[in-house]
Design a protein around this ligand. Sequence first.
Ligand SMILES: [Zn+2]
Length: 123
Amino acid sequence: MHAIRLRIVEERCSADLLPGMKLKKGDEIIVIVGKDKGRKGKVEKVFLKNDTVFIPGINVYKRHTKKRDDKHPGGIISLPKPIKVSKVMLVCPSCSHMTRIGYKKLKDEKIRICRKCGQKINS
Ligand SMILES: [Zn+2]
């Protein structure tokens, strides 16, 4: 119990390694649940506040709009939305398996590693 709490505190210290948000811009991911299940993409934006990531082409909603005037003819527009981090998994650049992210502490930096092959995941 104690060890777990210590680890969380440690992770909170560094802004970009908040618990739950291990993905970074440029990471390749695969969607594991929902309508886009099985689709791959690249993280373009990370939203730490609500644990979501934006991946182009993933989680696109179609919205029907009514015609308002000539400038807004209406129809169906595609609206990509950020997706919950829990719905995606990282695809390791080294072994290309989907994997959870682990951490390894080097001298003065903490690096992300693939839990499957142990290779460093570039950030
Ligand atoms: Zn790997």
